[in-house]
Design a protein around this ligand. Structure first.
Ligand code: GLA
Length: 378
């Protein structure tokens, strides 16, 4: 990837820029909890967006996306927003830095990535974090702390891409640390690194390669349900709610909103259970909670789909310790915790069965927990 980027930079802009990378993320547990003030437990992965960037002394940004084989150019004022969706991620990052009193001047950039698109591995957060980190270094003497870089990415999604996401993806892409997961308290912003060791087990993502584009932005709708219930309960977010409070208003809210909130309240506890179990090396409890999360995401939060439920069933049949849908939902991957001795048979079975039912094999990505956004070093 690096050589191809260098070559394209030379061809489109001449000479050389500086290389930056930022990773996608996986999440062990804590899904749809971030925008509810709860906990998440992600790590950065070894799949990245890489960009070669160089200030060009003008007030224009010129981009070339190697994967799309497409160029875009824009100015840095609000009214200069590009029409290409992919370029809006970078425009958004520039604007959000400027809005926060930072500096961005014109630059040239070529970028590419190996974070699979639409797999729930946060390729867009990787793109935002890569540029936020690079522009912080190139134009702002690194004055923005890491958490602010994550917020710059998150605001880009809100204000320029129409997704009212939480902070998890950008947080993980910016703060990732090799061989460590991070438990983030999304209410206070405090987080802790957890050394991630899996004695006798492997963690693997099984990518269904399906993406259900549902009308009406279901992600934002889930968030609205949660906010409605929080308001009804008189709390800021569902972080401050428990089942007794929810049951007390059961008759006054829709069944759908009740189910959404129930999932979030239960998921909050599951993240804490998993962190404790991980510290004790009790990976069977970790796995048990993963299955419970899947069940909740499928039946209560309703962000699963037939293919992902099937992957979950196959995992269960194969004796996999834990398996669940990962990320926002409606397609993408399951994350699976598998005993070493079951790994090969599980992979063979899941490929064969999924292919027989849906006509294509899922993709398999072993989880390799890696570093966050950074200047690229050989
Ligand atoms: C997407 C969002 C995150 C988070 C997850 C679900 O990845 O970008 O903020 O809400 O969905 O956990």
């Amino acid at each position: 990837m690096k050589e191809k980027i260098n070559e394209a930079f030379e061809k489109h802009f001449g000479g050389k820029g500086i290389l930056f990378v930022a990773p996608g993320r996986f999440n062990l547990i804590g899904e749809h909890t971030d925008y509810n003030g709860g906990f998440v437990f992600p790590g950065a992965i070894d799949k990245v967006i890489m960009a070669e960037i160089r200030p060009n002394g003008t007030d224009k940004v010129r981009l070339f996306s190697l994967d799309l084989d497409a160029s875009a150019e824009f100015g840095l004022r609000e009214e200069d927003a590009p029409k290409e969706q992919w370029a809006r991620y970078i425009f958004g990052v520039c604007r959000e830095i400027i809005k926060r009193g930072g500096k961005v001047e014109g630059f040239d950039a070529v970028f590419a990535g190996n974070v699979p698109l639409g797999a729930g591995l946060s390729s867009s957060a990787a793109l935002e974090s890569c540029f936020a980190n690079a522009l912080n270094e190139l134009f702002n003497d690194n004055k923005f702390p890491k958490m602010e870089l994550a917020k710059i990415g998150q605001s880009t999604e809100h204000n320029y891409c129409g997704v009212n996401c939480g902070i998890m993806d950008q947080f993980a892409s910016v703060h990732g640390k090799k061989d460590n997961l991070m438990r983030l308290d999304c209410r206070s912003g405090e987080f802790e690194y957890f050394p991630f060791k899996l004695d006798g087990y492997k963690l693997v993502l099984v990518d269904s390669r399906v993406k259900h584009e549902l009308v009406d932005s279901p992600y934002n709708k889930r968030r609205e349900s949660c906010e409605r219930v929080a308001k009804k309960l008189g709390v800021e977010t569902l972080r401050d709610a428990d089942m007794a409070m929810l049951d007390a208003v059961k008759g006054e809210i829709s069944e759908e909103d009740y189910n959404r909130a129930k999932y979030v309240i239960e998921e909050k506890q599951r993240v804490l259970d998993v962190c404790d179990a991980l510290v004790k090396g009790d990976l069977e409890t970790v796995g048990d909670r993963m299955y419970k999360t899947h069940e909740g995401m499928s039946k209560l939060y309703e962000v699963s789909c037939e293919e992902l439920d099937y992957l979950n069933d196959v995992a269960k049949e194969c004796g996999v310790s834990g398996s669940r849908i990962m990320g926002g939902g409606f397609g993408g991957c399951t994350v699976n915790l598998v005993k070493d001795e079951l790994y090969e048979p599980f992979i063979a079975t899941v490929k064969e069965k999924f292919n027989a039912k849906y006509g294509h094999e899922p993709k398999i990505y072993p989880v390799i927990v890696s570093d966050g956004a950074r200047r690229y070093q050989e």
